[in-house]
Ligand binder design. Structure first.
Ligand code: UD1
Length: 424
């Protein structure tokens, strides 16, 4: 993996336009879903990021072929081709680098009745168990054995079942949808995750000939089919990338237009940012944002979709560090996800951690300091915070940002932000 760092200087007002890429969190699962059937799948709007390369590596280890290119109209695509042979193994070296590679478990079980996937460890979010993935698949007839850190899963036949998730887990919902797509009979997932990326996966499966009903609601019904076929699909726009540029304008001020966005996937965020004083309005296939006055404090709490995404929170906390007063932020999804607070504090932000709450006393200015990108969104939050800080902020471990953002520095420069990426 290439080690990088980001150097950011105080910027603004920002101006111009930025084109939003396809959603990382959707693209990775769509890529996993191609394991379900033989043939050549064509995905458009797949972001050029390290995590997509990692998922490509997982698929290649399984025996699939990955190819990027441009079609006659100049539109970029990623082709994934599966032949008759599949090696049902996701090796530790890859799973350890990216937890999302566990998404191949459901498709492998559906395709060949077998999966050997390394048990993912903890990460900067704290422990992230996959018990719900396993329990759900067990209900569909999968047997698991854990030995030497590897989950050995096999099934003689997947049979549809009723699964009630303890919590609307995104990853568990996706693994179940993909496994159930080829199971015998009907699967009903209750308390399912409702994220737009779930709806995108359902659309992909349905296009492949699957029968998935209700994605986007808490109950998803999947009627298993005998066979699926390879298809073409365009990945849903990345709402997390949109949030990043909204937050950038929030800190640096100015007026920016975002192209290729879905405002309907960002309703609560837009409402909260509106309450902070950002002016946001939908435009044709995009969104316009402007900030002139100092931000007002607001209270925010993360929840599964349609609540405020946990991935928005580091960006919102960076933003609220500049607000004119005290804000309260609550993290309800990942208990251990406050590592970035220490980094913001190094830049002069006044934030107190109280259990899973933050008390943020906004400051007119922060000051540049050497900081780290602890994970993808924490790294983006550092870039955003640094746009309003006096001096030059050097963000180490930029490779976390590279995992999830297509050309963050280039797109930021395109709207006048002084952000440069260096490879070390
Ligand atoms: C996905 C996203 C991530 C986002 C998260 C929540 C990808 C690649 N990642 O992660 O960016 O922050 O959704 O929107 O799509 N849990 C269990 N047992 C399980 C599964 C989850 O206890 O079997 C817990 C987790 O520890 C966490 C909560 O459920 O506290 C939500 O996790 P989940 O929705 O599964 O997140 P991911 O799919 O891992």
């Amino acid at each position: 993996m290439i080690v990088s760092r980001y150097v950011v200087r105080r910027s603004g007002p920002l101006q111009g336009g930025v084109t939003i890429s396809g959603a990382k969190n959707s693209a990775l699962k769509l890529m996993a879903a191609t394991v379900l059937t033989e043939g050549r799948h064509r995905l458009r709007n797949v972001p050029e990021i390290v995590d997509v390369d990692l998922m490509g590596g997982v698929l290649e280890a399984i025996g699939l072929n990955i190819e990027r290119g441009h079609d006659d109209t100049g539109v970029a695509y990623l082709d994934v081709t599966r032949g008759p042979e599949v090696t049902p193994v996701a090796p530790y070296e890859l799973v350890e680098k990216m937890r999302a590679s566990t998404a191949v478990m459901g498709p492998l079980l559906a395709a060949v009745g077998e999966a050997r996937v390394a048990m993912p460890g903890g990460d900067d979010f704290g422990t992230r168990p996959i018990d719900m993935h396993l329990q759900g698949l067990e209900a569909l007839g999968v047997h698991f054995e854990l030995s030497h850190g590897i989950i050995n899963a096999h099934t003689d036949a997947l049979v549809g079942a009723e699964v009630v998730l303890d919590y609307p887990s995104v990853g568990a919902t996706e693994n179940l949808m993909m496994a159930a797509a080829l199971a015998d009979g009907r699967t009903v997932v209750s308390n399912a995750a409702r994220e737009p990326e779930i709806a995108d996966l359902a659309a992909f499966l349905n296009r492949m000939g699957g029968q998935v009903i209700g994605a986007g609601s808490p109950t998803i019904e999947i009627e298993g089919v005998q066979q699926l076929r390879a298809v073409e699909h365009t990945v849903v726009p990345d709402r997390l990338e949109v949030a990043t540029y909204l937050a950038a304008v929030g800190v640096a001020g100015g007026e920016v237009t975002m192209h290729n966005t879905r405002v309907d996937h960002l309703e609560l965020l837009v409402e909260k940012m509106g309450a902070m004083g950002l002016r946001i309005s939908p435009q044709d296939e995009g969104m316009w944002v402007m900030r002139t006055d100092r931000l007002r404090p607001v209270n925010v709490a993360t929840l599964p979709y349609p609540g405020l995404a946990t991935d928005f929170l580091p960006l919102l906390v960076a933003l609220l560090s500049y607000a004119d007063g005290t804000s309260y932020a609550t993290e309800n999804v990942f208990a251990g996800r406050f590592g970035y607070v220490g980094e913001l504090t190094r830049m002069g932000a006044k934030i107190r951690i109280e259990d899973h709450h933050l008390v943020i006393d906004g400051q007119p200015r922060l000051s540049a300091a050497p900081v780290r990108a602890l994970d993808i969104r924490a790294g983006a939050a550092m870039v955003v915070a640094a746009l309003g800080a006096d001096g030059e902020t050097v963000i180490a471990d930029g490779e976390h940002i590279d995992r999830g953002y297509e050309d963050l520095a280039g797109k930021m420069q395109g709207i006048g932000a002084d952000v440069t990426r260096y490879e070390d």
